[in-house]
Write a protein that binds this ligand. Structure first.
Ligand code: FMN
Length: 407
């Protein structure tokens, strides 16, 4: 394993400042202090680091959108909401390598000239919140924080929509976690109306190694269009579920069969969700694909949050879709009509299919309703739901049809 993000994977005290420093922690921050902010941005651009929260946007490019000479404050917001089904890598970082995030924040804050950062932690993540808060206190005591950059740790209340960056900002501002229309993007008008960079936990944890070892090294670990490694959360029917950090050029087949030990239960692969619940499903024949942003895009899916959910032959695809459809129906914030109405109705229709009361036209209706709503809503929540609705049915239609009486 090429451990880039976590300096001390197996050390039980890896979350402490002492252990982090013993493994070379905060050396990158010392180096960054001697760099001009624009030089840091250029280094991150050249490293080909792409956002690891979901959208895969180039990080250095995003940072460069902060208006020059802005008179008021600029904020750095860390997205630690980690709500995407099948994803648990930020939790791992918050619990085991919290100082990597503090150091990444310090460097990012220097790059964008921010004096205040917020870390929005998923409400259910109690232990990660404790661990990260303790690391923040240690960083204050050691003088890394408080000398020009402060950090506020904010706990969410368990809403998936608050992982969407503008929903997160609304929630942080004390409002209902409703997403906002973009543009303006947060880099222009974000938290409290000020320019704001929102980055995922893992994205920022990549920044110290980039500064320490240089952009060419990081870029060289990945593919042509995406540098580095990333942490894949692998779950479902595999022999060794867990978080695996590998270069983004790894294939899905390698992840399942080499890293996670192969398929458990029936032993025969049926389908894989490659990038968290919102990623279109892949069949067993579609796993020779590199696990970078463009590799998955070319395969008709998306890498998203890199949550890999493996299904073997004993898994019912209609039931898997029903679970996911229930999640979307429950989590839709209700602001946009297509999302609010379709997620509820699609869940009811998939459930009636699974319960054996489906009608002949239900599958076409679901696909039609799903596709019509795509691209019509304020945020990407509904687009994320459309991927599974359509792909599960299109790729496994006979399995759905078999549930319909007299189809
Ligand atoms: C419905 C929805 C939920 C999201 N949830 C998360 C999340 O839990 N964590 C995250 O980092 N990004 C999440 N995102 C993506 C964020 O909007 C944003 O793109 C990301 O935090 C930017 O950070 P990055 O550029 O470092 O990836 C979500 C997006 C959508 C549409």
């Amino acid at each position: 394993m090429t451990s880039v993000l976590t300096r001390s994977f197996d050390d039980p005290s890896s979350h402490t400042l002492e252990a982090y420093r013993a493994h070379g922690g905060y050396a990158a921050w010392e180096k960054a202090k001697g760099m001009e902010p624009t030089a840091i941005v250029d280094e991150v651009k050249a490293a080909n680091l792409r956002g690891l929260g979901g959208a895969g946007f180039p990080t250095g490019v995003k940072w460069s959108f902060i208006p020059k000479n802005h008179a008021g404050p600029v904020y750095l917001v860390v997205n630690a909401d980690e709500g995407e089904p099948g994803t648990f890598k930020d939790r791992y970082l918050l619990e085991r390598d919290p100082h990597a995030l503090v150091e990444g924040m310090l460097i990012a804050a220097r790059a964008i000239r921010s004096a205040l950062g917020f870390v929005y932690v998923r409400g259910e993540y109690v232990e990660p919140w404790h661990r990260f808060s303790a690391a923040v206190r240690e960083a204050y005591d050691a003088g890394y924080l408080g000398g020009g950059f402060d950090v506020v740790v904010h706990r969410g209340a368990g809403a998936y929509i608050c992982g969407e960056e503008t929903g997160l900002i609304s929630s942080l501002e004390g409002k209902k976690g409703w997403p906002k229309v973009k543009p303006p993007f947060p880099a222009i008008r974000g938290a409290f109306g000020q320019p704001t960079i929102v980055n995922n936990v893992e994205t920022l944890c990549c920044v110290p190694p980039i500064i320490e070892r240089g952009a060419p090294w990081f870029a060289g670990l990945g593919t042509k269009t995406q540098g580095g490694t990333r942490m894949y959360s692998v779950s479902g029917r595999v022999k060794r579920p867990g978080v695996y950090e590998t270069p983004v050029s790894v294939t899905l087949r390698q992840l399942i069969f080499e890293h996670a030990g192969g398929v458990s239960a029936s032993g025969r692969l049926k389908a894989v969700v490659p990038g968290g619940g919102s990623a279109p499903i892949l069949t067993a024949d579609e796993i020779d694909v590199t696990m970078d942003v463009d590799g998955l895009k070319n395969a008709g899916s998306m890498i998203g949050s890199a949550g890999v959910v493996v299904m073997d032959e004993s898994v019912s695809i209609p039931e898997a879709l029903m679970v996911l459809a229930r999640f979307y129906a429950h989590e839709s914030c209700g602001q946009c009509t297509p999302c609010r109405e379709s997620t509820g109705w699609i869940y009811k229709m998939v459930r009636r299919l699974v319960e054996g009361h489906g009608h002949k036209d239900d599958l076409d209706t679901i696909v039609d309703v799903a596709k019509r709503g795509g691209g019509t809503t304020i945020c990407a929540f509904y687009d994320g739901a459309v991927g599974p609705y359509v792909s599960y049915i299109e790729k496994f239609r006979p399995e759905f049809e078999a549930l319909i009486p007299h189809a």
